[in-house]
Ligand binder design. Structure first.
Ligand SMILES: Nc1ncnc2c1ncn2[C@@H]1O[C@H](COP(=O)(O)OP(=O)(O)OP(=O)(O)O)[C@@H](O)[C@H]1O
Ligand code: SF4
Ligand SMILES: [Mg+2]
Length: 368
């Protein structure tokens, strides 16, 4: 099986052709300090009506991968290779003009940075009207009607009155909703939502996620949701891809991943984040260290300097993303053997700290 065949699998059986299929995507930036390997050979796919959650710490390449899908890293001088197949058409080599026709129309993005989609000096409604007019041949009056309808759709009270507000007259949650309205203006087939709720309080966050899910059902949209928050992906995603240092290190259907995560970094994320659905009494264990530089990445397994279970040769050998034995919808990039990983995770689940888990499995004391 080729790497790309292997990686496309999660929950895909019986779903037909994916709407989006990203194959071995690499994105590099040349800087004065050296080459930034922002995205380093990732493969994933998403089907109509389904949600892929991409999780990982800051700087793991989540946003760059998504901006690249929309062609938005081109003007930043990115070197891009691989394929981004949208309805079978490769977007990587597509001329800018054709990409513009797709962007904001068939593929829309809720940006991580609100300022990149709402201009502070223009009324919210005027911006929505422009988004509609960019891709639809309707009159300005019809576009205004659509703008009001969209604001209502995303739960803005009194949309006809609010349509002429400036962004600063909206609360944070309303601005977030307006950004979603903007992204949905043309009923996209694919919505990429980059940290759509990070800055919001828990109640508004839950409302916005519920709204995205409702609109997904109504429009049969495919969604790629990017977040630091495993709680959000647990809630939203059919499939999950965990990114570390520009790579996908583990991918599986959500239910499979939460039932038996395989990668030490995923364990670290799960043990370091309070989850509403998790046991309350369990103490949180932060992942030691900080994410690596993507210019000078660690040798071997890029996670080895932070990994409590690293063995001496893990600083030398770079693990490939491979199927977990017996599970063709679950892939992991880790050099430990599957039986050891299972025992370690069982120990962690029993409440042991990483060093205790290591000792209990007899692997301990061998860090590079
Ligand atoms: N235009 C650019 N030029 C050089 N380096 C860049 C550029 N854009 C992004 N990078 C680098 O690429 C890496 C990945 O960035 P990216 O924004 O994708 O991370 P992220 O996973 O979205 O992080 P966060 O969770 O903080 O949003 C970072 O090291 C970042 O500094
Ligand atoms: S390969 Fe080694 S260092 Fe990398 S995640 Fe697995 S155990 Fe940790
Ligand atoms: Mg980001």
């Amino acid at each position: 099986m080729s790497a790309s065949e292997a990686l496309g699998a999660p929950s895909a059986a019986g779903l037909g052709e994916p709407l989006l299929r990203v194959e071995d995507l690499r994105v590099q930036f040349a800087t004065d300090d050296g080459i930034v390997h922002a995205v380093d050979g990732i493969t994933y796919q998403v089907h109509r009506g389904r949600t892929l959650g991409i999780v990982g710490e800051s700087g793991s390449g989540k946003t760059v991968a998504s901006l690249t899908t929309l062609g938005l890293t081109r003007q930043q001088g990115a070197h891009i290779s691989g394929r981004i197949l949208f309805e079978g058409r490769d977007l990587v080599g597509l001329p800018d003009e054709q990409l513009r026709a797709i962007r904001g129309n068939e593929i829309a993005m809720v940006f991580q940075d609100p300022l990149s989609s709402l201009h502070p000096l223009f009324r919210v409604g005027a911006q929505l009207i422009e988004a509609v007019l960019a891709h639809r041949s309707v009159s300005r009056a019809q576009a205004r009607e659509r703008a009001i309808e969209l604001l209502g759709l995303v739960g803005i009270p009194d949309p006809a009155g609010r349509v002429d507000n400036y962004p600063h007259e909206f609360s944070g949650g309303m601005r977030q909703r307006a950004m979603i309205a903007m992204a949905l203006a043309n009923e996209p087939k694919l919505l990429i939502a980059d940290e759509p709720t990070t800055a919001l309080d828990v109640t508004v966050q839950a409302q916005i996620l519920a709204l995205i899910e409702r609109l997904q059902r109504e429009l049969n949209m495919a969604i790629v949701i990017i977040t630091h928050d495993l709680g959000v992906v647990a809630e939203m995603a059919d499939d999950i891809a965990v990114m570390y240092a520009g790579r996908i290190v583990e991918t599986a259907p959500g239910s499979v991943m939460f039932a038996g995560p395989e990668h030490p970094y995923t364990w670290g994320l799960l043990k370091s984040i309070p989850m509403l659905s998790g046991p309350r009494a369990q103490s949180l264990v932060p992942i030691p260290g900080t994410p690596p530089s993507l210019i000078r990445r660690p040798s071997g397994c890029h996670f080895h300097p932070r990994c409590p279970y690293a063995q001496p040769d893990h600083a030398r050998i770079d693990p490939a993303l491979e199927p977990v034995p017996g599970k063709d919808d679950h892939h992991v990039a880790c050099l430990l053997d599957a039986a050891d990983r299972k025992r370690l995770w069982a120990e962690l689940q029993a409440g042991r700290m990483p060093d205790q888990a290591l000792a209990a499995t007899g692997l301990g004391g061998a860090r590079p």
